[in-house]
Each structure stands twice: as structure tokens, then as C-alpha cells.
Design a protein around this ligand. Structure first.
Ligand SMILES: *[C@@H]1O[C@H](CO)[C@@H](O)[C@H](O)[C@H]1NC(C)=O
Ligand SMILES: *[C@@H]1O[C@H](CO)[C@@H](O)[C@H](O)[C@H]1NC(C)=O
Ligand SMILES: *[C@@H]1O[C@H](CO)[C@@H](O)[C@H](O)[C@H]1NC(C)=O
Ligand SMILES: *[C@@H]1O[C@H](CO)[C@@H](O)[C@H](O)[C@H]1NC(C)=O
Ligand SMILES: *[C@@H]1O[C@H](CO)[C@@H](O)[C@H](O)[C@H]1NC(C)=O
Ligand SMILES: *[C@@H]1O[C@H](CO)[C@@H](O)[C@H](O)[C@H]1NC(C)=O
Ligand SMILES: *[C@@H]1O[C@H](CO)[C@@H](O)[C@H](O)[C@H]1NC(C)=O
Ligand SMILES: *[C@@H]1O[C@H](CO)[C@@H](O)[C@H](O)[C@H]1NC(C)=O
Length: 576
């Protein structure tokens, strides 16, 4: 033996001893041997925070529909992602494999906020992370910080242009930042169909399975998604090379995160498995808990109470304004027009409103704002206050409910509802007073014209009411847009004012809309509506292009409407 080996021998023995000690301690802080499977979560010991709960049926419910909050659920014990010793192959993060089954349930078919993620984090304390677009993983301050030591696979249902999202239905790989390293429109390569890519909708109310595989040697991360009824596709949806050894801490927690915006959305995990240095155990799909039954029979208690109230209040408020304006000085007896009768049993008659508010007496005026003046009468004030607070949120659902009646649910239901959703709401999931103004504008036009905001014409073309009214205006025939069922029994100036105001409120660019207060002043005649002209196209185009939000509107609503909106921008920008 030479000198070198004599020196190395004790060192080697020391290393082996140390290694044994480490094995013991790693077994202690990672109680599982780096592998687990949850077939449902009943009786599990997940660490939950925020909105997250495990339902009696055993579903992990990340969010429950309450807006603007976040949720986390962790496997209770940390996992050892690498050995500490270089000699034992340390410094490199182990290969690992994850699989889980999730489902997203939102009140709107193509709109859910904001998304969810599987993630690996050095800490269980994400109290500083922000909800909404940050998915409860990052915040304005922490985004992009390498000390986050956070790897996530996001299932994102909102296109947030600030975060460079590709669409509102994508799977993204996030490293220390909500701006994904790489993202993919959700889909899968169908083995049974020559490996063709099939699109999937995350927010489909249907359970889907995700597989995430990381390989230590190649540092490749594969992501695969598929509906649960099909077996795992051979080809992953996405594949990213990123050395997670540079990201993850030696010991880290695995879990799920989700956050809500303004749209009532529920994010569920049904089953979950993990394998360190091996494939994640197969989840027995047949043993997973069932998603809650959907449909009108199972609304939550809160919805049961607030939805009818909010709907009633909304119809009440709008009905009061419109009818009050159209026949300002008349008694209700003269106001029972034919067209009111035709609106069917889900509308309040003017008489009901008149009786309930004792002729719209000032003392019954609870307040103005939101969708206009709100009167008390049919309801108790305490419930009323609650309802008024929720009105801007619930009224959208109220409208959706209203439109269940008399609309073919297979085809036009979504479109009918969409007519009330401001383009920026569809894009960002963020409701604001200006999105309410948009819905109010759609409602003004609808009531005055007696037509739905979006109708299907021959050849399945969508006709936007806004376009239709604008077209009449262009031709100088604005009064022809007014509901013929009124049989000329209205003040033409007032009706045109309502139409123009409806158009102004329906403007695709939020900043071009008036505030609700201004809208009220225009309606009451306290303020003169700016002189609007449906002309001057070139200036309009310029205004349109200079607003970045407009492009997304064109993309999400590829109908003729946007062009004539461009025309419209001109008159408005001059007026404001
Ligand atoms: C959702 O959970 C939060 C927090 O646990 C709770 O305050 C809220 O009432 C729940 N909402 C519903 C609709 O259950
Ligand atoms: C649940 O996990 C916590 C740590 O998050 C631990 O303190 C507790 O003992 C665990 N309970 C059971 C029943 O495993
Ligand atoms: C929802 O979006 C998907 C694509 O993301 C599309 O194929 C589908 O037609 C949309 N559904 C409705 C009702 O708009
Ligand atoms: C979690 O982190 C925040 C700061 O981000 C800190 O204020 C808080 O004390 C931490 N909570 C726990 C339980 O460690
Ligand atoms: C986010 O942080 C940047 C600077 O880091 C700041 O300019 C910006 O105002 C912040 N935004 C919000 C919404 O806090
Ligand atoms: C699938 O989605 C992509 C964009 O996400 C779209 O370009 C393509 O047309 C869709 N394919 C089908 C068959 O709907
Ligand atoms: C990722 O997918 C590719 C292509 O199917 C495959 O060759 C590779 O082995 C996969 N890697 C992992 C870590 O699953
Ligand atoms: C990954 O990063 C670690 C730590 O920086 C490094 O030791 C290792 O060689 C890298 N692996 C690959 C495949 O580049």
C-alpha cells in the first residue's frame, strides 16, 4: 500500500459511517419510503390551508367557490429528493414520478378562475403567496426568485397576458415563477388514433389524469394528461429539459395549490400517487370518490338563498330604471304593455314592483350603484344588505339562470350568457365595476330592442345585438331598433338615449365605458350624453389598436362585431 491509499482508507470508513447515520435520519424525516398512493383522501392526514378541505366522500376540495382566496394541500411528510453525499450519488435530484386525478367544475362552461398546480416546495408555509393569477404559489414580490426552490406543473384556465399565458386552457411547467418555462394547450396524443393530438378542456367537469415524470440522468420532465377512461398515452403532451438539481432542496414537500378569482370555480383532486426513484403507483380509478352531483337539485345552501334574491333584485333594479324612464309620468295601470306580458312568468310585472316599493317612494330607496337604484319592499333589509353586497357577482349567475328559460341549452345557452360577460372578464376572470357596466349595457339594449344580446341567425352566424343596433344607427334608423311590441308608445328621444347609452356601456374597451354613476346621470337626464357619432373610422381604428386589450377581444370573439365596434370607438373617444 502506498501513502495515498493509507490516507484514503480512514476517509472511506468515515464516509461509510456518515452515510449510515444519514440513512437513519432521512428515514426519520421522510417517514414514507418516498412512495405513496391516495385512492381518495378519506382518513388521510394531508396538511391543508386556505379553502382546502377533504369532503366526507373523500374528495380533496381545493376551492369551494369563494372568490379571491387560495388553497394548499400537502402530503404531511417531507420527501428526500437527493442524498447529501456526493459519494452516494448525491447533489443530483432523484428521478421521481407523480400521478393524480383532478376535476374542475365551474359555473361557466369555458370560464373558470384561476387554476391549480401540483408543486414541490421547500416549505409548507406559502402564506406570502398571492391568490388569483399567482395560483397561491408566488406573489408579486417572490415571482422569479431562485430562493423559492419551487417546481410546479400548472393547470391554468385563465389567459393572463401579464404572465405570457398562451391561452385559457394550458398545462405549464413553472420553475420559481408563474411565467411558465414552457406551456402546452391541454390535450393528449391518442395511441388509438395514429398518435394524433386530441384537445382537452381542463374545465370540463370531467375527471382527468396527469402524469409527471422526471429523469435524473437526462433531467427531462415529461407531462402527460388524459381523460380517466383511457389508459396512459405513450407520448407525453410536453417534455422539458430542466435540471431540477438546481431548483429543489434536499428535502421538500409535495402538494397541490389552487386559487380563485371572481368566477365560482371548484378544483378537486380525486387521487394521487408518488414514487421517488420509481414509477408512481397506479391509481385504481374504479375506487376513486365520485364528484358531487351537479344540476339544479344540488345547489349549495348559500346559493339556494342568495341566488333567487340576487336575481329578483337585479330584475327589480333594471326593471325599475327602464320602465321608469320609458313612462316616467304615468301610473302603473297604464303601463301594462303587451310586451310585458310576453316576457313570461320569470319577470316581475311593473305592478309587482310598484306595489312592493309603494310607487318607488324615496324612503324605499336603499341605495344607488351597482345596477342602479335598489328599492326595499318584497324582502327583509338584513337579507337585502347581504344580497346587495353580492349583487355584482351573483347577478351574472342570475342572468345565466334567466337565460335558461326559452333558450336551447345545447346551442345558445353559453352564448346568451356570454353576451353579458365583458371581454376583459372572459380574459382575466376579474370582475370590476366596469364589467358590471358592460352587463348593464347589454341589458339596456336587450330590454329596449326586445332581442337577446347574441342571437343565431340563418347559417348559424352569431348576430351580436350591439352590431345590429349600430347598423341601424349607421343607417340613421335608430328608432327602428326599438322593440316593435311597444307599438310606438314611447318617447323616441328617451329610447334613443337608452340605446346610445347601452352601446356606450357595451364598449369592448373598459375605459371607454361610463361609470355606473354617470350612466345613472345620463338616464335621469341630469347629465347630457356626449354627442356620439357612428363615423370617423380611421381615428377609431387607431384608438382600437392602441388598446392592447382589444386584440384578445378579437381573438375570443371572432365575429363581425369587433369591426363595427372599431367604428364606434371613434365617436366615444371624442365624447370623453
Ligand atoms: C368556503 O370556505 C371558506 C373557508 O373555509 C368559508 O369561509 C366559506 O364559507 C366557504 N364557502 C362555501 C360556499 O362553502
Ligand atoms: C398528521 O401529520 C402531522 C404533521 O403534519 C403529525 O404531527 C400528526 O402526528 C399526523 N397524524 C397522524 C394520525 O398521522
Ligand atoms: C370551449 O373551448 C373549447 C376549446 O378550448 C372549444 O372547442 C369549445 O367549443 C368551447 N365551448 C363552448 C361552449 O364555447
Ligand atoms: C410563514 O411565513 C410568513 C412570512 O412569509 C411568516 O410571517 C409566518 O410567521 C410564517 N408562519 C409560520 C407558521 O412559520
Ligand atoms: C409589482 O411589483 C413591481 C415591482 O417589483 C411594482 O412596480 C408593481 O407596482 C407591483 N404591482 C403590484 C400589483 O403590486
Ligand atoms: C385544438 O386546439 C388548438 C389550439 O389550442 C386549435 O388550434 C385546434 O384547432 C384545436 N383542434 C381541434 C380539433 O379542435
Ligand atoms: C419522456 O418522454 C420521452 C418520449 O416519449 C421518452 O423517451 C422518455 O423516456 C420520457 N422520460 C421520462 C422521464 O419519462
Ligand atoms: C444538474 O445540476 C447539478 C448541480 O448543479 C450538477 O451536478 C449536475 O451535473 C447537473 N446534471 C446534468 C445532467 O447536467
Amino acid at each position: 500500500m502506498n501513502n495515498t491509499s493509507l490516507l484514503l482508507l480512514p476517509l472511506l470508513l468515515l464516509l461509510l459511517g456518515l452515510n449510515n447515520n444519514l440513512e437513519t435520519s432521512s428515514a426519520a424525516d421522510a417517514a414514507t419510503d418516498g412512495q405513496f398512493v391516495y385512492t381518495g383522501f378519506a382518513g388521510s392526514n394531508l396538511t391543508l390551508d386556505g379553502l382546502a378541505t377533504v369532503t366526507p366522500a373523500g374528495l380533496l376540495q381545493l376551492t369551494n367557490g369563494t372568490g379571491g382566496l387560495k388553497a394548499h394541500a400537502f402530503h404531511p411528510d417531507p420527501l428526500r429528493f437527493r442524498d447529501l453525499l456526493v459519494a452516494a450519488g448525491g447533489s443530483n435530484v432523484h428521478s421521481f414520478s407523480v400521478s393524480f386525478v383532478f376535476a374542475i367544475l365551474s359555473i361557466y362552461p369555458n370560464l373558470s378562475s384561476h387554476g391549480m398546480a401540483f408543486f414541490v416546495s421547500s416549505s409548507k408555509n406559502l402564506s406570502a403567496a398571492a391568490p388569483r393569477g399567482y395560483l397561491g404559489l408566488f406573489s408579486n414580490e417572490s415571482d422569479g426568485d431562485v430562493t423559492n426552490h419551487l417546481f410546479a406543473v400548472e393547470l391554468d384556465t385563465i389567459q393572463n397576458t401579464d404572465f405570457l399565458d398562451i391561452n385559457n386552457n394550458h398545462v405549464g411547467v413553472d420553475i420559481n415563477s408563474i411565467r411558465s418555462v414552457k406551456s402546452y394547450p391541454t390535450g393528449y396524443y391518442d395511441d388509438g388514433d395514429n398518435g394524433n393530438l386530441k384537445n382537452l378542456t381542463l374545465n370540463s367537469h370531467k375527471p382527468m389524469q396527469v402524469w409527471i415524470d422526471y429523469d435524473q440522468e437526462t433531467t427531462r420532465i415529461n407531462i402527460t394528461v388524459a381523460p380517466i377512461e383511457i389508459s396512459r398515452p405513450k407520448r407525453p403532451l410536453g417534455s422539458v429539459i430542466f435540471n431540477l438539481s438546481t431548483v429543489l432542496t434536499d428535502s421538500a414537500y409535495v402538494g397541490f395549490s389552487s386559487s380563485t378569482g371572481d368566477i365560482d370555480s371548484q378544483y378537486y383532486v380525486l387521487g394521487w400517487s408518488f414514487g421517488m426513484n420509481r414509477a408512481a403507483p397506479t391509481i385504481d380509478i374504479s375506487k376513486l370518490p365520485k364528484l358531487p352531483r351537479e344540476g339544479p337539485k344540488s345547489p349549495s345552501k348559500v346559493m339556494e338563498i342568495t341566488l333567487p334574491i340576487a336575481t329578483a333584485l337585479f330584475v327589480l333594479a333594471v326593471g325599475v330604471i327602464i320602465l321608469h324612464l320609458l313612462r316616467r309620468r304615468s301610473r302603473y295601470a297604464e303601463l301594462r304593455e303587451d310586451w310585458e306580458v310576453e316576457f313570461g312568468p320569470h319577470r316581475f310585472s311593473y305592478k309587482d314592483l310598484f306595489d312592493a316599493t309603494q310607487g318607488f317612494k324615496k324612503k324605499h330607496l336603499l341605495g344607488s350603484g351597482g345596477f342602479g337604484s335598489v328599492y326595499s319592499g318584497v324582502l327583509k333589509p338584513s337579507k337585502m344588505e347581504v344580497a346587495v353586497k353580492r349583487i355584482s357577482h351573483e347577478s351574472k349567475q342570475g342572468l345565466a339562470k334567466l337565460y335558461d328559460h326559452g333558450v336551447d341549452p345545447q346551442t345558445t345557452h353559453v352564448v346568451g350568457t356570454m353576451g353579458y360577460l365583458a371581454p376583459e372578464l372572459a380574459r382575466t376572470g376579474k370582475a370590476s365595476p366596469l364589467t358590471d357596466v358592460f352587463a348593464f349595457g347589454a341589458f339596456l339594449l336587450e330590454v329596449t330592442c326586445g332581442r337577446r344580446p347574441v342571437e343565431h341567425s340563418r347559417k348559424d352566424n352569431r348576430v351580436m345585438l350591439v352590431d345590429w343596433v349600430l347598423e341601424h344607427w349607421h343607417k340613421g334608423l335608430l328608432t327602428k331598433a326599438i322593440d316593435t311590441r311597444l307599438q310606438g308608445e314611447f318617447d323616441a328621444d328617451e329610447a334613443c338615449l337608452v340605446l346610445k347609452l347601452g352601446l356606450l356601456c357595451s364598449h369592448p374597451v373598459p375605459q371607454a365605458r361610463p361609470s355606473m354613476r354617470q350612466a345613472m346621470q345620463y338616464l335621469d337626464g341630469d347629465m347630457k350624453l356626449p354627442e356620439l357619432m357612428p363615423a370617423n373610422l380611421s381615428f377609431g381604428m387607431q384608438a382600437m389598436m392602441s388598446n392592447e386589450g382589444f386584440d384578445s377581444y378579437v381573438i375570443s370573439y371572432p365575429s363581425s362585431s369587433t369591426v363595427s365596434h372599431g367604428t364606434f370607438v371613434s365617436g366615444l373617444s371624442g365624447g370623453r
